[in-house]
Ligand binder design. Structure first.
Ligand code: TXE
Length: 480
């Protein structure tokens, strides 16, 4: 059985404790590898090596840093097949999805920040004839990057690429549920000539290894993506230590269908935005709000197409919905379906675990589920389920749908379907979400800021925002 290793000070090593944790393939429901059960001692070693590497990495000419990051991107491209398979084996997602989204976007993250840093600039201000001010931006220091299990290598690189490009050295922890791509990535970094200690990848539990990163006094910034509850805990620990914090948390995103939409586009993309990655994307539209005059037509078509989605072996080219990430998560999703029924919801499709014949017989599959008949305030419509479960509700007016859309504690993303440009602008401006897609979903330009409002997070990632996050500013004022 493969034993995944930590990557500390340029070496691939086991945890100090010598203990291991099982890593499951959720489509097969069996252990297929093990990860180091790291604790604060491993984090201490990682911080020591990151501190040692900081002076030379942070002062290395930007073009040289950029070259190394581009070599890492080339390594991702070279290992494309192995990484896609690892992403699917760890997470349960269709292999095809890993090949079209996760791995290409991981490579794009590295390339984007490798080249963005070459164009990063600071500002100068002249105060009348009195003084000139110029602002410098210097790398923050040793930072912690903690990523979740839903888009493992994509979100891992989304954090570490800007940190490394900005000149920080990093202690990173991937999710214990999906560690394999980060392990393969550490080998790619070694081959690309990343100096020892610049990136340290420590595997293990959030409550142990993750918590030790948050608490470490010499880690001065934390970039985290994961659940809102974990985000609260991280903020409670890190804020009193005055660490710089970026938190990307959950969502309960509205998908708004106006009657004047391009109906075919709205239905087909809504299938994608509801059930991609088994609904385990924080940006999935889990509350579909449909204008009453097209409600029946939409519901009928949406159910018909959902029933055609093939749930099955992630390795199969035809599979559209793979396994959920773990047995525990599958049980959580199933319990929400029970809750929806108790709250008066009508399950129109799916609603249960699916047994897939063959090697996936023990896997954690749930059929894409559509629920009607719930009100906005019920828990099913307020809490993040993070699975292949959507609710559909009718609305009558623009004011009403805006109120519905903004009615949860989250504010990550929203989608609007309309051919009326004025309406698209008007509604977009009133939605409390960090990103609004009009007539599309999941289109990302890496230069744009990314992040949530309300309980969906604090701070913005992407583009210059990410490079700004990983640097600190100083203003120098010179009297003329
Ligand atoms: O996330 P966690 P989980 C949401 C989704 C999901 C829920 C829980 O609703 O059901 O979060 O998922 C590390 N100190 N999202 O349990 O626990 C952990 O090891 C430091 C939304 O996986 O937040 C992992 O590396 N680190 C999200 C990372 O935090 C800690 C994507 C995320 O784990 C820690 C995934 C601690 N005390 C889940 N506890 C999105 N918005 O994309 C855990 N971790």
């Amino acid at each position: 059985m493969v034993r995944i290793l930590n990557y500390i000070n340029g070496e691939l090593i086991p945890a100090v404790s010598g203990e291991w944790l099982d890593n499951y393939n959720p489509a097969e429901g069996r252990v297929y590898s093990q990860i180091p059960d790291s604790n604060e001692k491993d984090i201490e070693e990682a911080v020591t090596s990151a501190k040692k590497a900081f002076p030379s990495w942070s002062t290395m000419p930007m073009s040289e840093r950029s070259d190394i990051l581009l070599k890492i991107a080339e390594g991702i491209d070279r290992e494309f097949e192995a990484l896609a398979k690892a992403e699917s084996d760890d997470n349960g997602k269709p292999l095809k999805l890993a090949k079209t989204i996760d791995i290409p976007r991981a490579s794009a993250n590295m390339r984007f920040f490798a080249t963005a840093i070459l164009h990063f600039e600071s500002q100068a201000h002249q105060t009348d004839q009195l003084a000139v001010n110029y602002t410098t931006r210097t790398p923050l220091g040793v930072v912690g990057c903690i990523s979740p299990w839903n888009l493992p290598l994509y979100l891992f690189t989304w954090k570490i690429a800007p940190a490394l490009a900005a000149g920080c050295t990093v202690v990173a922890k991937p999710s214990e549920l999906t560690p394999m791509t980060a392990y393969l990535f550490s080998k790619i970094c070694k081959e690309a000539g990343l100096p020892a200690g610049v990136l340290n990848i420590v595997h293990g539990l959030g409550s142990k290894a993750g918590q030790a990163i948050i608490e470490h006094p010499e880690i001065v910034g934390i970039s985290f993506t994961g659940g809102t509850t974990t985000g609260k805990r991280i903020a409670a620990t890190a804020a009193p230590m005055f660490k710089k914090l970026s938190l990307e948390l959950g969502g309960k995103n509205p998908n708004i269908i106006f009657a004047d939409c391009d109906f075919e586009q709205a239905v087909s993309t809504s299938i994608y935005s509801s059930f991609s990655n088994q609904g385990e994307i924080c940006l999935c539209g889990s509350r579909i709000l449909v204008e009453r005059s097209v409600y029946d037509r939409f519901v009928e078509e949406f159910i018909k197409r959902t029933k055609k989605l093939s749930v099955g072996d992630p390795a199969d080219e035809e599979t559209r919905v793979g396994a959920l990430v773990s047995e525990e998560h599958m049980n959580k999703v199933l319990s929400y379906i029970e809750l929806a029924k108790a709250e008066g919801g009508k399950v129109m499709s799916g609603g249960e675990r699916v047994v897939v014949r063959g090697r996936c017989e023990m896997g954690y599959f749930v059929a894409p589920t559509i629920i009607l008949g719930l009100n906005q305030q019920c828990r099913t419509n307020q809490e993040e389920i993070f699975g292949p479960v959507v609710t559909i509700m009718p609305f009558d007016t623009e004011e009403e749908v805006i109120e519905f859309a903004n009615s949860t504690a989250f504010g990550l993303s929203a989608t609007i379907w309309t051919e009326n440009l004025k309406k698209a602008h008007r509604v977009s401006h009133q939605l409390k979400s960090g990103i609004i897609w009009v007539n599309c979903w999941l289109l990302r330009d890496l230069r744009t800021p990314f992040g949530g409002m309300k309980q969906s997070g604090v701070g913005r990632e992407g583009g210059w925002e990410a490079l700004r996050f990983f640097t600190e500013q100083k203003n120098i004022c010179i009297k003329l």
